[in-house]
Design a protein around this ligand. Structure first.
Ligand code: FES
Ligand SMILES: [Fe+2]
Length: 383
């Protein structure tokens, strides 16, 4: 799990007039709306004596701790310590980590890290937003598995034939093989591929209207950062589904997935529920497999799995993760877990670069010089 990327924390609808506790990377955050209605995100542990801010209430631009009433605004600055009286000076050290927030497509994202704005990896964008002839839906669901396993499942061309009856033939096509993959470089933060695969007619009913023939289907998929995925499925030359998934690792075996589907066909709003139902049908097929993988966390070295050319983008994704680990962005999740009963940690927010003295310890990261992941000979090409 990596700091310095955007994470989906909640749906916009979940943030009402009460603060909400959200867990990411084993640590708790509080989300709330300020007086202008803007979503804000802070580390959840009160710096006084460990109160859970999310258990308190929203007051104006602040969240108020339920234990002794200290109030923190969306920048993490404390405005009131009731026990000191109304005109008390608040020490600068009384502050909590605050994280940049964007609310897009009905999802509240927080940038969990300390990079200044100009250095931050951007959020994966829905390119079709606002385009004529396109319609968007959003849905979200839990995955009882590791988020990296889930992203790698998305980057895997060879599972479609076996896992999805709408995409392939469930292993019944003896002539099946993965066609050539065209790698798509997407700059510093991601990479993907395009390929074609033979697919059956879509099921009878509404879907059949979108594709009523058997033949090749073009699809592209790629990751953005450690936890974001784009998947473009062109069911025919005209009918396209472009999906965007942002994943929040709650811990190393539980994740929450937020999925936006942009489509240029069946764009009547009355079709939204049906499209979401079909997405959920396909997602459940992936979930069944991904929740049962062993080990639940990807091995620290690629030698403990046998990779083939069809796995090449997964290997490349792991290489990117190693790069981010070498920058000191991989949190030491094992330490966070081992210490959880006795130490409160917070992901460092951008203010930690300006101000040095903090009450709450910064979440431990893997020492870049002792980077544990070693990429071995990645792909076996022998027949
Ligand atoms: S623990 Fe939060 S105000 Fe005391
Ligand atoms: Fe899948």
């Amino acid at each position: 799990m990596y700091i310095n990327f955007w994470y989906p924390m909640a749906t916009g609808a979940e943030l009402t007039d009460k603060p909400v506790k959200v867990c990411c990377m084993g640590l708790d955050f509080v989300l709330f709306r300020d007086s202008a209605g803007a979503a804000r995100c802070l580390a959840n542990t009160c710096v006084h004596r460990g109160g859970s801010l999310a258990g308190g209430k929203t007051k104006g631009d602040c969240v108020q701790c339920p234990y002794h009433g200290w109030e923190f605004d969306g920048d993490g600055v404390c405005h009131r310590i009731p026990s000191l009286g109304s005109d008390a000076r608040i020490p600068a050290r009384v502050r909590t980590d605050a994280y940049p927030v964007q609310e897009r497509w009905g999802i509240v994202f927080a940038f969990l890290g300390d990079l200044p704005e100009e250095e931050r990896p951007p959020l994966l964008e829905v390119a079709e937003e606002g385009r004529d002839g396109w319609r968007l839906t959003m849905q979200n669901y839990e995955l009882k598995s590791n988020y990296q396993r889930s992203i790698e499942n998305g980057l895997d061309p060879a599972h479609n034939e076996f896992v999805h009856d709408t995409h392939g033939y469930q292993g019944e096509n003896e002539g099946y093989k993965v066609n050539e993959m065209r790698i798509e470089e997407r700059g510093e933060w991601g990479r993907g591929f395009w390929h074609t695969f033979n697919s059956p007619k879509l099921p009878e009913g509404e879907m059949r209207k979108l594709r009523d023939f058997e033949g090749d289907l073009e699809a592209g998929t790629g990751h953005h950062g450690p936890n974001q995925l784009w998947t473009y499925i062109h069911v025919t030359k005209e009918n396209w589904f472009h999906q965007y998934a942002w994943e929040r690792p709650i811990d190393d075996e539980t994740s929450w997935i937020y999925l936006v589907t942009a489509r240029n066909c069946a764009i009547d709003p009355a079709q939204d529920d049906y499209i979401k139902e079909r997405n959920w049908y396909v997602a459940q097929q992936d979930i069944t497999i991904v929740e049962d993988l062993h080990p639940i966390v990807t091995p620290e070295t690629n030698t403990k799995e046998f990779m083939t050319p069809a796995d090449q983008v997964i290997v490349m994704y792991r290489d990117k993760l190693s790069d981010w680990e070498a920058r000191g962005w991989r949190i030491d999740f094992e330490k966070i877990q081992a210490d959880s009963r006795k130490v409160a940690y917070a992901i460092p927010g951008p203010a930690r670069r300006e101000q040095k003295s903090w009450v709450i310890d910064s979440a431990p990261v893997i020492d870049a010089s002792q980077s544990r992941r070693r990429t071995a000979e990645p792909v076996s090409r022998s027949a």
